[in-house]
Structure formats: structure tokens, C-alpha cells
Design a protein around this ligand. Structure first.
Ligand code: AMP
Length: 222
């Protein structure tokens, strides 16, 4: 069983790394952002509220997140492990997750802190395109991460869309939320578990190599 969480600013690459890890180790990639975007698309009463909060760059309430996550983690494909992308995002979520794991008699195996400076995170956010079908992430700001055909996913031919929370204003809000609410998790996890710091500002291949070194050999040379 491999269970992974990330602590990272917006656009540090947690979605991309989650997908690469998922393919290599054959465990599901669980993105709370993607679960929420699906919920928002349903246009239910709760979906409409979620959409409004996401467009404003606000975090969704812990009770909604925990309920959706718990449901997902109880699915069969999570038995051999999973990667959490975007959760926990607050100290309270980290504590609630620890309680959830204790009940299931499980633990977090790897915590990856993806380090990136604010300017790079901003550039990645503004150029980001996501496949509406398979969630693969591209970026028009960098030659190496552009799709082969503009607007089309290289992997599944799905159409590429810009997330409606990838704007300058929302980025600022999300970044400030990260600093005030998510970054304190570093201290919490440093006291409790093994946390691995990885430079995520070079390339996705470099980041992935560091992550797999930790998982396969338990070491990191960053
Ligand atoms: P992401 O796809 O991880 O960048 O998340 C997109 C948006 O979904 C965030 O800006 C939040 O509004 C919401 N979100 C995702 N994960 C969480 C979470 N664990 N707690 C609260 N809100 C979340």
C-alpha cells in the first residue's frame, strides 16, 4: 500500500506528478479539485455554491471535502494505495485525515513538499490547459509542455480547457490561502512524519525522478 500527500503552492505540479505516479505505480490519482469541479458541473444546489467559491479562489468547507473524500477512499481501487492531490489543505483537514486513517488502521507513507517560487507558479497557472476528458495538464507558456496540436490532448484527443479559476486575481487569492492555511502543514508534518522536500521549479521529469527515488530507494539527492 502506497499513500501519498502533497503540500504545495498552486501550480507547483501536484496534478502532473500525481498522474505520473499513478501510471508508474498503478494506484488512483484522487484530486479533490477535480471531484469538486465534477460536483460543480452537476449544478445541484451544493454544486452551484462550490462553483462560486472555486471561482473566487476560496477553499470549500472541510465538512464537504471530508464527506466527498471519505466516499472516494472507500472505493475498491483505493485498497492498494492512492495519491491525494489537493488534500489536506488546512491544518484542520490534516487532523481530520489523521483521524480517518486511524479508524481505517492506515497511515500516510509519503509527504512530498513541492517547492516552487511564486513567479514560476504564476506563469504556470496563467498558461495552464487541462484535458476535459483525462485531466492531463499542458502549458502554453513552455515549449516542452505545449500539446502537439493546439487545443487537443496528446493522449486521448480530448479538448483542452482553461480552468475558470486560473486567472490573475484568483491566483493571488489561492496563493495567499496557501501561505496562510496550507504552509503551516509543513510544521505539522515535520513533527510527525517523513516529509520530503523536492524542487519542483526545474522540470516535471526532474521532480518525478526525485519522487521515484524516494518511493523506490527511500533516498533523495536534491
Ligand atoms: P486544485 O485543483 O487542487 O487547484 O483546487 C481547485 C480549487 O478547489 C481550490 O482553489 C479550492 O477552491 C478547491 N479545493 C480543492 N481541494 C480542496 C481542499 N482540500 N479543501 C478546500 N478546497 C479545496
Amino acid at each position: 500500500m502506497i499513500s501519498i500527500v502533497f503540500v504545495s503552492p498552486p501550480a507547483a505540479g501536484k496534478g502532473t506528478q500525481s498522474q505520473m505516479i499513478s501510471e508508474k505505480y498503478n494506484i488512483p490519482h484522487i484530486s479533490t479539485g477535480a471531484i469538486l469541479r465534477n460536483e460543480a458541473e452537476l449544478m445541484s444546489e451544493i454544486g452551484i455554491k462550490i462553483k462560486e467559491e472555486m471561482i473566487s479562489g476560496n477553499l470549500i468547507s472541510d465538512s464537504i471535502i471530508i464527506e466527498l473524500l471519505n466516499k472516494r477512499l472507500n472505493e475498491k481501487d483505493c485498497e492498494k494505495g492512492y495519491i491525494l492531490d489537493g488534500f489536506p489543505r488546512t491544518l484542520n483537514q490534516a487532523k481530520l485525515y489523521d483521524e480517518m486513517l486511524e479508524k481505517k488502521n492506515k497511515q500516510i507513507n509519503y509527504i512530498f513538499y513541492l517547492k516552487i517560487d511564486k513567479e514560476t507558479a504564476y506563469k504556470r497557472t496563467i498558461g495552464r490547459l487541462t484535458c476535459s476528458n483525462c485531466q492531463t495538464v499542458y502549458n502554453n507558456m513552455y515549449e516542452s509542455t505545449k500539446p502537439k496540436v493546439s487545443g487537443i490532448c496528446d493522449k486521448c484527443d480530448g479538448s483542452l480547457v482553461k480552468r475558470n479559476d486560473d486567472s490573475f486575481e484568483t491566483f493571488e487569492k489561492r496563493y495567499q490561502n496557501y501561505l496562510s492555511l496550507t504552509e503551516p502543514l509543513l510544521e505539522y508534518y515535520r513533527r510527525k512524519n517523513n516529509i520530503y522536500e523536492i524542487n519542483s521549479g526545474i522540470s516535471k521529469e526532474y521532480t518525478f525522478k526525485q519522487i521515484t527515488k524516494v518511493i523506490d530507494d527511500g533516498v533523495i539527492n536534491d
